[in-house]
Write a protein that binds this ligand. Structure first.
Ligand SMILES: [Zn+2]
Length: 164
């Protein structure tokens, strides 16, 4: 793939590769921590390696970069090799959809946060929506005792939760 990119495109690409401690993700992690939620990060044993996993509530959170994951807010494409980028992003979207379906069949609730939803004007609304969802699932988990995902072993993974 890399050989099909110009240096300019490669730079663009590298600068946007999802790193594990991106600022948008840190915003969400700090928010959850502040509200008393504990979580696991980048859980490899779950489809799509969710960024934040609240195991007790069966909630998986993805923080998606709008460009790579093809969010509707993105209208701009690199001007050269447009077909290449369109194809790549289309495949990312298909993979996201597959992983989300898999997670749902495994009894996980999937909460996706788009990068643009964490802009300073939308951040509060987005984070409060997440909080409301988690509280609903907390109530549900107490009332109905959600089945535990016994087939998923994440306990053995390093607990690298954000600790301010
Ligand atoms: Zn977006």
């Amino acid at each position: 793939m890399a050989d099909r990119m110009t240096p300019e495109q490669r730079h663009y690409c590298m600068s946007r590769i999802r790193s594990e401690d991106t600022r948008p993700e840190m915003l969400v992690r700090r928010f959850l921590w502040k509200h008393g939620y504990r979580y696991r990060l980048h859980v490899k044993s779950l489809p799509g390696k969710p960024d934040i996993v609240l195991r007790r509530l069966n909630v998986a959170v993805f923080i998606n970069g709008c460009f790579w994951h093809g969010h509707e807010c993105q209208s701009r494409m690199p001007r050269s090799n447009t077909a290449f980028w369109q194809d790549k992003i289309r495949r990312n979207c298909e993979r996201d959809a597959r992983n989300n379906d898999l997670l749902r069949t495994m009894n996980w609730y999937v909460f996706t946060i788009w990068e643009c939803e964490l802009s300073s004007s939308k951040r509060d609304e987005t984070l409060n929506r997440l909080l409301t969802t988690l509280r609903l699932y907390e109530v549900a988990s107490k009332e109905y005792r959600l089945p535990v995902n016994e087939n998923v072993s994440i306990a053995a993974e390093n607990d690298v939760s954000y600790n301010p």
